[in-house]
Design a protein around this ligand. Structure first.
Ligand code: NDP
Ligand code: 2IT
Length: 446
């Protein structure tokens, strides 16, 4: 490790103890951008990196609500406003019992560079709560969302900070949150993305993250004169991102053979397609947090407590959560002939896992590049809201496709320019960094 990386990491660890995911994201990023700092003293003198790891603002608040039995429940709410150099804070809300300050800081940090890569004017943020949607009724989810928004509404706005969905936050939750914001502020405005189609949402936003990841995979494969058509694909997760990815892979002739949940994974030899993809929506809406019912419904094998990465496939798409693919998983994938890994989730691969892919020389796309289609389409939703019009499916999909191609090319060219051709991790981190860093220099010491 060089002295720049070492010093920064030591400071970040000392100032942010017990936040391993945040340390991990900072380490991966810093290892990539070190070469830029060596070439450009102006970034070092302005201490851009030290500023980037310090959120512009962190809001942490109490969320009291009442369950269906009338008992009082208390959760913790957060919003990390990480960086606004290139636009209003933008990023999702996560409702999951594992949510804490460190996880949201890692997500907000990644979001800054992801949003920069989209080419759209969006800063980076992330928020959420340790609220567990598992087993909750619709009414309980609504009361929780209303209480959460009662505090959050003071801190966000269409030109300030625009949240969206993430794990545990989909169309239903965005609806409840939007309703409460409107009531508190007496304003119908584009303060959230992922809205319903009848009230300001964009076509293709639900599919966008998964579609975008598959478009990115196609661009990577094209550099090797290959395509997904006819390929076997392992997907993890069964939520919003996994669903969009399964739809697009199937549409272009690939075969999705796995899905997973916290309980294990299913193997579907004939491919997850048609009604089986629609069934994922039912699973997600059931609030039960398991994928096993899929195996019973369609009579396919279920592997309890296991991850899908031991399955021989051509392409792997981790779409569930952080650190779900470790060094041993990476080795198994490479050994079984996988030549392309595309992250739908945020930081699903551990640092050691990434190094296995890098050393094997296979195609590997980090989430901040390959899952940027979700937030990019959120950016398109913001544009439509500001113009007070809505684009058709083809228009949104065409723009999404173009954005993913541009992100791919930018990562590839940047990796080459800075001496590591074919390394999409370095390309994404450096390209994302340069735009934000230059904007920060332009705007003075803020
Ligand atoms: P969803 O809530 O729709 O789905 C999350 C999926 O991951 C579910 O299948 C979930 O099961 C599963 N899951 C959660 N924890 C675990 C675990 N410990 N082991 C295995 N599976 C698990 O979320 P999204 O699809 O929206 O998000 C998935 C990933 O994609 C996250 O990393 C998110 O940050 C990222 N992402 C999301 C974007 C979006 O627009 N939604 C955009 C870019 C990235 P269950 O729901 O039952 O807990
Ligand atoms: O991680 C992500 O990029 C998201 N959850 C989507 C954020 C957004 O604002 O659409």
């Amino acid at each position: 490790m060089s002295s720049i990386v070492e010093t920064l990491l030591a400071n970040v660890k000392a100032k942010n103890p017990n936040e391993p995911e945040f340390h991990q994201a900072v380490q991966e990023f810093t290892e990539s951008v070190e070469v830029v700092l060596e070439r450009h003293p102006e970034y070092r003198e302005a201490r851009i990196l030290d500023r980037l790891v310090e959120p512009e603002r962190v809001v942490m608040f109490r969320v009291p609500w009442q369950d269906d039995q009338g008992r009082i429940q208390i959760n913790r709410g957060f919003r990390i406003e990480m960086n606004s150099a290139i636009g209003p804070y933008k990023g999702g809300l996560r409702f999951h019992p594992s949510v804490n300050l460190g996880i949201l800081k890692f997500l907000a940090f990644e979001q800054v560079f992801k949003n920069s890569l989209t080419t759209l004017p969006m800063g980076g943020g992330k928020g959420g709560s340790d609220f567990d949607p598992k087993g909750k009724s619709d009414n309980e989810v609504m009361r929780f969302c209303q209480s959460f928004m009662t505090e959050l509404s003071r801190h966000i706005g269409p030109d300030t900070d625009v949240p969206a969905g993430d794990i545990g936050v989909g169309g239903r939750e965005i609806g409840f949150l939007f309703g409460q914001y409107k009531r508190l502020k007496n304003e119908f405005t584009g303060v959230l993305t992922g809205k319903g189609l009848n009230w300001g949402g964009s076509l293709v936003r639900p599919e966008a993250t998964g579609y975008g990841a598959v478009y990115f995979a196609e661009e990577m494969l094209r550099t090797k004169k290959k395509t997904i058509e006819g390929m076997k694909v392992a997907i993890s997760g069964f939520g919003n991102v996994a669903w969009g990815a399964a739809l697009k892979v199937t549409q272009i002739g690939g075969k999705v053979v796995t899905l997973s949940g916290p309980d294990g994974f299913i193997y579907d030899e004939n491919g997850v397609k048609g009604e089986r993809i629609e069934y994922m929506l039912k699973l997600r809406a059931s609030n039960r947090d398991v994928v096993e019912p899929y195996a019973r419904e369609f009579n396919v094998p279920f592997y309890a407590g296991m991850r899908p990465w031991g399955t021989p496939v051509d392409v792997a798409m981790p779409c569930a959560t952080q650190n779900e693919l470790d060094e041993a998983d990476a080795r198994a994938l490479v050994k079984n002939g996988c030549t392309c890994v595309v992250e739908g989730a945020n930081m699903p691969t551990t640092l050691a896992g990434y190094k296995v892919f890098r050393d094997a020389g296979i195609l590997y796309a980090p989430g901040k590049a390959s899952n940027a289609g979700g937030v990019a389409t959120s950016g398109l939703e913001m544009s439509q809201n500001s113009m007070r019009l809505s684009w058709g499916t083809e228009e949104v999909d065409r723009r999404l496709h173009e954005i993913m191609k541009r992100i791919h090319d930018n990562c590839m060219q940047t990796a080459e320019r800075f001496g590591t051709p074919g390394n999409y991790v370095n390309g994404a981190n450096i390209a994302g960094f340069l735009k934000v860093a230059d904007a920060m220099l332009d705007q003075g010491l803020v």
